[in-house]
Design a protein around this ligand. Structure first.
Ligand SMILES: [Zn+2]
Length: 288
C-alpha cells in the first residue's frame, strides 16, 4: 500500500533517502513529502519522491485549487524549470472566468521565468513548436499546428515546476530579474514582433498610433521609441494609462474620442470591434 506522510521534522530517518541531497532545508521547510511503498511481505521497500504545488483550474468560474503533485521527471530532451515567477495574462483570467474554453483541468500560466539545473535562470518561450513544419521553417512558430502551449494545451507556470520539452525553448536571463522578465514571454514578444515588422513604415516624420496602453501597449511604446524615429501616440480611455504611456516615452496620449492623427502604422493591442474599426479609419493609405 502507498503511505504518504509529511517528512518528520527531524529530517529524513530512512537513511536511503535519495531526493534530499539537493536542498535539504527546503525539503523540510514546507513542500516536500515522503512516501513509502510497503510490500505485503519482506523488508519494507521505500520509494521516496517529492511533491510540488500547483494552482489548478478545474472548472471555469471557480477559484484555482492548490494541489500537491508528483515532482516532474524529465525524459530525453525535456527540462524541468523551477518556477521563480509567472505572469498573469488576460488569457489566464479569461480561462478562469470561462470566456476562453480550454482543456481542463489545467495548470495555467504561460509567462514563465525560472531556474534550470545546468543552465541557470531562464525565460521560457511559450510556443513549443515542432521546428520542422512549413511554418516553423519560415520562422512562424506561432502558427505551427503541432505546437504545444503551456497553460493551455499542457500544464503551465502557476506551479513550482514546469516540464519544458526541449532546451531550445529556454532563454538565459542573464542579469534580468525573473519577476520583471516573466511577462516578456508573451506581453513582451507579441508587440515586439509587430513593431519589428512595421519598421519599414516608421521612418522619420511618420506617426505610430498605439491603441491600448495596457501591458502589450506599454511594451509597444518602448520598442517604438527604441527602434524607430516615429512619433508615438498612445490611445487609451484610462487617464492613468495615458500618463503611464507618456512616462514610457510616448510623445502624446489621447482618449479614443479625441481628435486623433492618421498614422503610417496603427497597432491595435485591444482587438475589439470598436478599436479595429478605429484602426482602419486612422491608418494612412499604404500604411500598416
Ligand atoms: Zn511546426
Amino acid at each position: 500500500m502507498y503511505h504518504v506522510s509529511p517528512l518528520p521534522s527531524g529530517g529524513c530517518r530512512q537513511g536511503d533517502c535519495g531526493v534530499v541531497g539537493a536542498d535539504f532545508a527546503s525539503f523540510i521547510a514546507s513542500r516536500w513529502w515522503i512516501a513509502s511503498l510497503r510490500p505485503a511481505a519482506g523488508r519494507p521497500r521505500r520509494v521516496v519522491w517529492a511533491l510540488m504545488r500547483a494552482a489548478v483550474l478545474r472548472s471555469p468560474g471557480e477559484p484555482l485549487v492548490l494541489e500537491d503533485r508528483r515532482d516532474l521527471q524529465p525524459v530525453g530532451a525535456q527540462r524541468v524549470v523551477r518556477v521563480l515567477a509567472a505572469g498573469v495574462c488576460h488569457s489566464d483570467l479569461h480561462m478562469i472566468d470561462g470566456a476562453i474554453g480550454g482543456p481542463l483541468s489545467r495548470v495555467l500560466g504561460h509567462e514563465i521565468a525560472g531556474h534550470v539545473e545546468g543552465i541557470g535562470e531562464v525565460l521560457v518561450y511559450p510556443c513549443w513548436a515542432d521546428g520542422t513544419c512549413e511554418y516553423c521553417r519560415r520562422g512562424l512558430e506561432q502558427l505551427c499546428p503541432a505546437a504545444a502551449s503551456p497553460g493551455w494545451t499542457v500544464d503551465g507556470g502557476f506551479a513550482e515546476q514546469v516540464l519544458v520539452p526541449h532546451p531550445r525553448f529556454l532563454l538565459p536571463l542573464g542579469d534580468l530579474d525573473p519577476v520583471r522578465a516573466a511577462p516578456l514571454a508573451d506581453a513582451g514578444v507579441t508587440p515586439y514582433r509587430a513593431v519589428r515588422r512595421a519598421l519599414p513604415w516608421l521612418t522619420a516624420g511618420a506617426t505610430a498610433l498605439v491603441i491600448g496602453a495596457g501591458g502589450l501597449g506599454q511594451f509597444a511604446i518602448q520598442y517604438l521609441r527604441l527602434l524607430s524615429a516615429a512619433t508615438v501616440v498612445a490611445v487609451d480611455p484610462s487617464e492613468p494609462k495615458r500618463r503611464r504611456a507618456l512616462s514610457l516615452g510616448a510623445h502624446d496620449a489621447a482618449a479614443p474620442g479625441d481628435d486623433l492623427p492618421t498614422a503610417a502604422a496603427v497597432f491595435d493591442l485591444v482587438g475589439s470591434d470598436a478599436t479595429l474599426r478605429q484602426a482602419v479609419k486612422l491608418v494612412r493609405p499604404a500604411g500598416l
